[in-house]
Design a protein around this ligand. Sequence first.
Ligand code: ADP
Ligand code: MG
Length: 320
Amino acid sequence: MESASEFDLIRAFFDWPAAADNTIRIPVGDDCSVITSPAGMSLAQSIDTQVADVHFPKFAPAHLIASRALRCAVSDLAAMGAIAHSFHLALTLPEASNDWLASFSQGLRKTASELDIQLIGGDTTRGKELVISIAVQGWLPSQQGLTRSGAGVDEDIWVTGLVGESAMILPSIIAQPQLDGPETQPYYHPEVHLKFAQALLPFASSAMDISDGLMQDAAHIAKASQVALCIQAGRIPTPVAYGAKSSDNALWEQCVTGGDDYQLLFTAPKSQRETIQTLAREHNLPNCQVIGETKSGSTVSILEPNGQQRLFKQTGYTHF
Ligand code: ADP
Ligand code: MG
């Protein structure tokens, strides 16, 4: 869009009052945003795209779409242990509806304030589908960062909280896109573990956020670190019980393979267990727990209490 209304739209909905932050030299409105990097910090960057009816229902309330889009994007900063700083928003809209934009902008602004991250620029275009791309920036103390490749052998495998809450509510959201209540929180307002991950920097050896199911994402750490991840099925925190009736087991399997709850999966030497338990308590993460251990190898296995490997029909979500 290159009409006057494009600029009116940006001014009305995305040019928020500048925060008192002297690291943002040039905010929304110029050809580039310009930020000043603090001494001793490296810039962490990531971009995340969400497409209507692929990543969220097109007719969901716009403020909820905004919340989920921003939280999913910022989750990548948490997965590195970075401090969230700012983001750019590229929005492709089938039409410029003031009501929709007002709701989207309100949801985005509220979420940005909750996550303490500033909108500093973007791009607004018309297109057939609603597409939201968010590029995030954050700071990592130089020489630090939770990569996928740092796990060693004989370490604990941790998860920050429940996996599968989002997968459990998704069918209801698809059936009723207007649904907006406490039950939809895990899907639209996934917790972003920024502060906890920053606290983990000295203690964890690897980390990632779970966006395509625990099982599938665990394979990324296994491959990058060249370690086997041996996960105890019964220790994975899920909203449905493990090992009860077989009907519950089908739901349990969906939790472990289908979850996009943006929990962090991380590894740490066993010697750090008590320290991490204390940090989890301090950060109010009651379901943060050790779910297994790393061994030599490069695969992921989910083990039954009798030690047998559990086989799954599907391991997680893939786009292609
Ligand atoms: P350019 O033509 O240089 O790419 P634009 O005309 O697209 O710039 O955008 C004008 C200004 O508005 C830029 O500073 C850009 O970063 C900002 N902007 C455009 N769309 C958005 C948006 N959806 N949210 C925040 N800022 C935006
Ligand atoms: Mg432009």
